[in-house]
Design a protein around this ligand. Structure first.
Ligand code: OGA
Ligand code: NI
Length: 313
């Protein structure tokens, strides 16, 4: 079997740039996922993010998760649980404006470190979007602009912990789905595994690798690339031992951004992806996340995009 694509980011500035761009292209076309190493985000910052995230979970969230499990009687389930995930998570928004100061129970240090980490990831997301532009034959800045809307992109981080689970065959850590948004940057536990992607009908592990960042593409990049790149289904298998940390940052279009296939990637015969306002897509996704993406795209076909009042701000 082919190996999971690992991209050495440093090689983009050297003699091996062309081969590395090809590798990214292949990963986008055939995996929807790749893992970045030597990406330039300081390892000591990542170590601090990890330490504070794990401390915060132990101190503020673990007990609550255990109580939830006890209240729902999940320890003793006998049949597959299809309406929930074995996951403890909270969400930080960074753009268009940060909500970090409003999230309860975070230490000042944790807030500050997460802001710093998010800023690095935001830059990395924009850099990656330009690499994708280059591989797709779109002008530099095209994807960033496509995501911009009137207030810039939406950028947020889901901080998750997947605690040990006695029945991983009956309860998923996170049920299979594709991500709705643009590009996702994931800092995952380097010891406890669990993330899998669907490739050619088989579930494949996304291997834990210390200090790497896992990248995957969401539904919006599938639409804009007119299907050249696909958002790929993935899931988290809960483990019987160990708590898995996962910090997933979502660089998404702004809520009023109008999303449609890049005209340069559409020829008259193959226009298959629809046009819609990102926020409308998200409303639909909220109820259908764990279902196939195709009906979501279908739902917008033939619909007239309502652009709303023109913002003067
Ligand atoms: C997600 C997701 C994977 C993980 O939040 O959409 O796929 O490893 N997370 O937490
Ligand atoms: Ni996901």
């Amino acid at each position: 079997m082919e190996n999971f694509p690992v991209i050495n980011f440093e090689k983009l500035s050297g003699e091996e740039r062309k081969a590395t761009m090809e590798k990214i292209k292949d990963a986008c076309e055939n995996w929807g996922f790749f893992e970045l190493v030597n990406h330039g985000i300081p390892y000591d910052l990542m170590d601090t993010v990890e330490r504070l995230t794990k401390d915060h979970y132990k101190k503020c969230l673990e007990q609550r998760f255990k109580e939830m499990v006890a209240n729902k009687g999940l320890e003793g389930v006998q049949t597959e649980v299809k309406d929930m995930d074995w996951e403890s998570s909270f969400f930080l928004r960074h753009l268009p404006e940060s909500n970090i100061s409003k999230i309860p129970d975070l230490s000042d240090e944790y807030r500050m470190v997460m802001k710093e980490f998010a800023l690095k990831l935001e830059k990395m997301a924009e850099e990656l979007l330009d690499l994708l532009c280059e591989n797709l034959g779109l002008e530099k800045g095209y994807l960033k602009k496509a995501f911009y809307g009137s207030r810039g992109p939406t950028f947020g981080t889901k901080v998750a912990n997947y605690p040990p689970c006695p029945k991983p065959d009956l309860v998923k850590g996170l049920r299979a789905h594709t991500d709705a948004g643009g590009i996702i940057l994931l800092f995952q536990d380097d010891k406890v595994c669990g993330l899998q992607l669907l490739k050619d009908g088989k579930w494949i592990d996304v291997p834990p690798m210390r200090h790497s960042i896992v990248i995957n593409l969401g539904d919006q990049l599938e639409v804009i690339s007119n299907g050249k790149y696909k958002s790929v289904e993935h899931r988290v298998i809960a483990q019987t031992n160990g708590t898995r940390m996962s910090i997933a940052s979502f660089y998404n279009p702004g809520s009023d951004a109008v999303i449609y296939p890049a005209p340069a990637l559409v020829d008259q015969n193959n226009e298959v992806y629809p046009k819609f306002v990102f926020e409308e897509y998200m409303k639909l996704y909220a109820g259908l996340k764990f279902q196939a993406k195709e009906p979501r795209f279908e739902a917008f076909k033939g619909s007239n995009v309502h652009l709303g009042p023109i913002s003067t701000a």
